[in-house]
Ligand binder design. Structure first.
Ligand SMILES: [Zn+2]
Length: 263
């Protein structure tokens, strides 16, 4: 049934719908309660913070990274491998400590150009922070692009070697990690991988930890606010998204020309 819109209020309600109004409420909750000055100020005077933990910016940010990665690797002929790296969840370990531990093990595993020597010409990494009843769970999802197509045998050798290197380095560094937490697999496509990764940013219906915490804050949950602050502090000045080699964004030549960079 179509009905005439008699007031501005009706028009706004119908145009924005319930999801948009709840998303707006989330951004307002962050402006009141976030620890981050950049998030509190986001949206003022047309300025956007672009932050991964900002309800206003995180959705567009993850969509941009997904599109950039897909554009960068979609024509790569070699094998694509996904690699999830984790450290053990312990109730006492805070976000920041776990994040540092995880990166230390990954860096030790791959140091000295080890990935390049295996034939990998580009990587993308997304760090995710989840909260469960056991505590924080910081983990990293990687995409690795091989120059060539790997045989089944070569893939198996690579996967076993990477896993055992990772666990050996964790052991050497005294950081608990289990073989069950490490997943290495061929991925069907960069498209499938980026969709698997994409949690869509902070959203009232999001199933990621940041979305759930801020939705609970909105409902008046003080424990959730404490955890949201732990997450913000733990992620402070940490990179949630990194790319190397062929996974780096392809230059947008239209934008470069418009900026005068190619004159
Ligand atoms: Zn923002």
């Amino acid at each position: 049934m179509v009905r005439a819109l008699s007031t501005i209020k009706d028009a706004v309600t119908i145009r924005t719908g319930p999801t948009d109004s709840r998303r707006h409420a989330l951004t307002q909750a962050q402006q009141l309660y976030s620890l981050r000055r950049s998030i509190k100020r986001c949206g003022q005077a047309g300025h956007k913070c672009g932050g991964a933990l900002c309800a206003r910016c995180s959705g567009a940010r993850s969509g941009r990274f997904r599109r950039e990665l897909y554009a960068a690797v979609k024509h790569q002929p070699g094998t694509l491998v996904s690699w999830t790296a984790t450290v053990a969840t312990t109730p006492s370990a805070g976000v920041r400590q776990q994040w540092a531990d995880l990166l230390a093990v990954i860096q030790a595993t791959t140091r000295g150009g080890w990935l390049a020597r295996q034939g990998i010409i580009g990587t993308a990494r997304a760090v995710e922070v989840a909260r469960s009843a056991d505590g924080w769970h910081v983990h990293a999802h990687h995409l690795a692009v091989f120059r060539n197509v790997l045989s089944a045998e070569n893939f198996d050798t690579f996967a076993l070697t990477l896993r055992s290197r990772y666990l050996a380095e964790a052991d050497r560094l005294g950081i608990p990690a289990s073989s069950y937490g490490q997943d290495i697999a061929r991925t069907r496509s960069a498209h499938a991988w980026t969709h698997y990764l994409d949690k869509g940013g902070i959203h009232p219906d999001g199933n990621d930890t940041a979305s759930q915490l801020w939705t609970a804050v909105l409902a008046g949950d003080a424990d959730a606010l404490h955890l949201a602050h732990e997450l913000e502090a733990g992620a402070y000045r940490r990179r949630m998204w990194t790319t190397t080699g062929v996974c780096r964004p392809v230059p947008d030549f239209d934008a470069l020309v418009a900026a005068g960079a190619l004159d």
